[in-house]
Design a protein around this ligand. Sequence first.
Ligand SMILES: Cc1ncc(COP(=O)(O)O)c(C=O)c1O
Length: 397
Amino acid sequence: MMTKYDFDNLSDRRIDNARKWDYSIVKSKFPNVREDFIPLWIADMDFKAAPEIREALIEMSGNGAYGYTYPTEKWYQSVINWYRKRHNVELGKDWITLGYGTVPNMHVLVQRFLGEDDSIIMNTPIYGPFAYAAEHNDRKVITVPLLKHGTRYDLDLDKLEDKMAKYHPKAIFFCSPHNPSGRIWSKEEIEKVADLCLKYNVLFVSDEVHSEHIMRGTFTSALELDDKYLDNLIMFTSPNKAFNLGGLKLSYSVIPNEELRTKFREQYQRNSVTSPNIPGQIAMTTAYEKCNEWLDQCASYINENLEITKKYIDKYFDGWELMDMDSSYLPWVDVSKSKYSMHEIAEMMANEAGVVVGIGDDYVADADDFLRLNLGTSHQVIEEAMSRMAKVWQENN
Ligand SMILES: Cc1ncc(COP(=O)(O)O)c(C=O)c1O
């Protein structure tokens, strides 16, 4: 019989010192925030992890052994099976390298593949740490604004080509599905980017961490492209967004081409990245082996949160426009038609409604009039947050 998972009873986020819920951190951003604030900012969910993962961690923890380990065969097989079943992609075991996080992996990539004057190109707005990976290593970032057609983003392939031809970036950091907005790129779109990469000798780096919560449409991994593209591809992902395991600090890369992966792994060696984190490896293996159904139910619960959010926005929030969201749990809201700036709205919501939202500033370029919400919480919390914000918006408009 199928288990019906409970997403209404949330975990107590004080126990894991969640940044998202930490009053002092929130207060440093919004000094007059209400003490009873609801956080809809950091991309972290409040649901308890799947019971199968909790049980595996309890068993590990009760055993009392936390010494050095290595990536296990069971772990590799769980990744291979996950891709086979969930994404219809056949991975070679050699292609997979376990890492300590997708953002750290991007830093490793910059360190190994970019020379002093090299740059990374990216479609913007995009997740802030994409730029940090270059900037923290004194490398340049080239941005190509996405085209905004109503409530949907499209790639600007002409501009992407112009900038590749002009600036010769070493790599593209491609976010697929896209954060912010949740836009899924079609196979055709991904192939066009991959073609430009081959034409201009740009390494294609695809971040696919948001590929598991799919609301509508079909996600295509860059790994589904033809072999000629795979030889120029580095794919980064982790179970962290899907299963809310970010604090366990584990991720992996998939690099079909041997030369590229040898080069990538050399940088791990230089930094002595060796034994994985034990709870992380156990949680990831369990997630991929046993939590397919939990993930599907989680995505449909989030979809219900999206419906609640849409209803409120349509009815009460004049000047707010939700961008189309195909995936993830992070609605991206265009507030350019309101009379307030995104900063004014975020402050108004923190102080008067006690709801903390994300602001466009946290993203790389082209996000001056946007807020980001977070639906990874219970229906009850979303109802409460949206109704508080609706009341405040009505009073101020
Ligand atoms: C696009 C994107 N990449 C990477 C990450 C972080 O991934 P990980 O937890 O695997 O380091 C996030 C987290 O929000 C993200 O949105």
